[in-house]
Every structure is written in C-alpha cells, then in structure tokens.
Design a protein around this ligand. Structure first.
Ligand code: PRT
Ligand code: ZN
Length: 284
C-alpha cells in the first residue's frame, strides 16, 4: 500500500485529485469529512492534510509520498524529498513594495522590514544578494502589512498579481518559482516503492499526453514532402493512401505549444480536413 499525502482543500486539492484520477485510479464515494480513503483499483491510500504538514509526514515516513507546492517543501527545509515536478499550482514568490516606493531592486530593501510567510526562502535570497534586512514572519494576509505600518515591503506568493495590485503593491523581484511536486520518503517499504514507481510511470504518461495533440489531415500527394517535414511525429508520421487517387491521410503527434503554428503552416502547404484530437495517455 502506498500512502500518499495530499492537500485536503485549497489551491492544489482539485488538480491533485484530477491527476490521480487521470492515472486511472478510482475511489469509492466518501464524505468530505473522511481524512483518508483507499483506491478501489490501485494499492493506494490518500491522506488528506494541510499542505504545510505534508513535507514532514513524508520525511518521517508516516506517508510514503506526497504532493505539495515546491515553495512549502523548500521553506520547510525538506527539499531532498523532491521526485517530480507536476506542472500545476504554478506561482512565484516575489518581493513587493508599496506602489509609490522608489525601490527598484532587492538592494534598495537593505535595512528595511520585510513581512513574509517564507522566512527561510527570503533569508536565503537576501544572503545570496548580500542584503541585510529585517524579516518579519507573518502566517497570512501578508499583503496588508505595509498599509498597517508593520513592514516596508513583503515577500509573498503571486500568481496573477491581482492581490498585489488590489493592495497597492508593486513587484520588485522574483525570488523563487514554484509548482506542485511529487515528493517521496527516503526508505519506503518495497511494496510502497513498487506502487510509487507505477504511479510515477502513469503520471508521466498523463503529462506527456497533456503536452501533445494527435493530428489527422488529408493532403494531395504533391504536398506530402512539405507536410511530412512539418510533422516529425514520434518516429515519422503515418501516411495512408485515401480512396481518392492522388490523396493521402496523414496522422501524427504534435507538441501542444506549437500546434497552432504547425496547423497554419500545414494549411499553407495544402493540407485539408485537419482534425486535432486530445491524447489520453502517451507511453514511451
Ligand atoms: O489549508 P492549507 O494550509 O492546506 O492551504 P494554504 O491556504 O496554506 O495554501 P493554498 O491552498 O492557498 O495554496 C497551496 C499552494 O498553491 C501554495 O503553497 C502554492 O504552491 C500554490 N499556489 C499557486 C498559490 C497561489 N498560486 C496563490 N496565488 N498559493 C497561494 N496563492 C495566494 C497568495 O498567497 C496570495 O495571497 O494567492 C494570492 C495571490 O494571488 P494572485 O493571483 O492575486 O497573484
Ligand atoms: Zn498551508
């Protein structure tokens, strides 16, 4: 049995469960009050915790693995547990000052009071930059510290930037970029290690699939060399003759980030009837 610690509720909770479900792992319906639940078709038990507690329970072996923000992992001092980045929960830890403040970089914060829930990450960053400042730890609502006169600047998590703007603050520097990560205990049981290896294999297949699209199109044979050059595929595109002479069907896999560009180039090369289809799992 693999015991996996995940956030009970919060910004990572939905995507974490969605990822586990996309790995083909199912759960019997439970009430939201249940703090642990077993998968029906995989040797997995989920432990629902506050995100701040996840690194410690994995470090001490109470859980075999966990999913948590890298910011929380590093702040807790457990970064050696990191196994895989998971591509969601992206955010940055940034230094910000009141909009009217002239500070242009971290050097300008020397001697100032900086409020943060991330004293360790902030102290490391200040030390790396040779800046001495006063760190004022706060566990939440950090953005209001300057307007309350508690601090001159803040260091907090930003994603869209709207919370900073709403509180009259301006970003000065990014000190850490973060996303959700899979973490693992140092010495899991053989059974847990085997289940974790399987889970990681499935997560990789889901992630690769999410980063690619399957593309099908028709092309006149004269356009095939240009079309093939645009569609390298995993090995090479599949090219099958159509019932109509002089035409072929071409099928291939394209990276998600380039497919719009590739599609317009394919159209220009003479492709017709282009279909783009999501891939569910992608292995190898
Ligand atoms: O209850 P529990 O302790 O489990 O949860 P929590 O309240 O401590 O954490 P939660 O659910 O807010 O965040 C969990 C993780 O999500 C964080 O540790 C980050 O890794 C990640 N994450 C991604 C974020 C954000 N985006 C984010 N925007 N965590 C927090 N925020 C907050 C930020 O603190 C600030 O107050 O959102 C505000 C800024 O958002 P923008 O969009 O206005 O910039
Ligand atoms: Zn938390």
């Amino acid at each position: 049995m693999l015991r996996l610690a995940i956030q009970k509720s919060g910004r990572l909770a939905d995507e974490t469960l969605a990822l586990i479900r996309a790995c083909g792992i199912g759960f019997a319906p439970t009430t939201s009050a249940r703090l642990r639940t077993r998968a029906t078709n995989f040797p997995l038990e989920l432990l629902f915790l506050r995100d701040d507690d996840i690194p410690a329970v994995v470090a001490d072996g109470t859980a075999d693995a966990g999913i948590v923000g890298q910011n929380v992992l590093v702040e807790a001092g457990f970064s050696p547990l990191l196994l895989d980045p998971l591509g969601f929960g992206r955010c940055r830890l940034a230094l910000a000052v009141p909009r009217e403040d002239a500070a242009a970089d971290v050097q300008a914060l020397a001697g100032q009071r900086i409020a943060t829930s991330y004293p360790r990450l902030l102290a490391d960053y200040l030390a790396t930059n040779g800046v001495t400042a006063e760190i004022h730890p706060l566990s939440g609502s950090v953005e209001i510290a300057p307007s309350l006169g508690l601090a001159d600047a803040i260091c907090d998590i930003v994603s869209s930037g709207s919370t900073l703007a709403a509180n009259g603050l301006r970003e000065v520097a990014t000190i850490f970029t973060s996303e959700a990560v899979l973490i693992g205990a140092a010495a899991p049981s053989a059974e847990a290690a085997a289940a974790l290896a399987q889970l990681r294999f499935r997560i990789r297949a889901v992630q690769r699939a999410r980063r690619h699209r399957y593309i099908l199109l028709n092309a006149p044979d004269a356009a095939l060399p240009a079309v093939r050059a645009l569609l390298p595929g995993l090995k090479a595109p599949t090219v099958v003759p159509l019932a109509e002479p002089g035409w072929s069907s071409v099928q291939s896999v394209v990276p998600e980030e380039t497919f719009w560009e590739v599609i317009s180039q394919l159209e220009a090369a003479g492709a017709e009837g282009i279909l783009v289809v999501p891939i569910e799992k992608m292995i190898g």
